[in-house]
Design a binder for this molecule. Sequence first.
Ligand code: MG
Length: 296
Amino acid sequence: MRLASFTEGGRRRIGAVEGGEVLDLTAACPDLPREMRAFLEAGPRAMQRAQEAAPDSPRLALDAVRLEAPIARPPKFLAVGLNYADHVAESGMQPPPHPTIFNKQSTCVVGPFDSVHVPRASHVLDYEGELGFVIGTRCRHVSRADAEKVIAGYLVVDDVTVRDWQLRTPTMTMGKSFDTHGPIGPWIVTPDELGDPHGLALRTWVNGELRQESNTKELIFDCFALVEHLSTAFTLEPGDIVATGTPAGVGIVRKPPLLLVAGDVVRVEIEGIGAIENAVIDEPEEPWIVPAEGDR
Ligand code: MG
């Protein structure tokens, strides 16, 4: 399934995307959680019920609904630095012996077609197209061999980065976590639908110009190795998102640097999943207030 969070008629709910339509799972099964994180927490039985209900669910045209971030507020939003050899090289670094894990604050999440802000604090804004995976099962000490069982699905992430804030301190948290700098989506593709996540073409365009072109087979630490590594230290929970790292072609390393400016449009596409596309705008003068989850 392609599991989407969407709003239509002022109500947010979950659905399954098929072709140009979204199957309204909430309408078909009103007792299913209408919020994706709660749906994933409900476990395999909820997933099975959704699969069974999908064929008879009311169908809405995809372009008549608003696709939201599949998970509005992930419990954890983890990311991996330096996980493609060509990006390690362009960054002037050595391949790391261990995965370079950092956090994006979960408040940076926005939807697959929402705007991304050039912050007031810095104009050194860059894109990073990445494969992300979503945890479906509360777990700890998961072996690489068992890792696929705890992954609910895969999505596209733009790990939007404020480069000067990223690099001016030993930890990257601030530069990776500005509001709106975590577009995800356009939906979660379940493992049975996607197949092997480690052979997918990944491309990033800015204003239609191809900037990144790679394949997830080039990941140094693949999704399953990352599950094993992360769960060695801490519990992974349903709805946690892991962005697996970006390949070569980011803007900052170009000569001269090709940074994002207001008016740009960034598109990240991954084979078998889909694409997210985000317009870059200046951070609004008005305080940007995130609606509480229950109000959306
Ligand atoms: Mg990244």
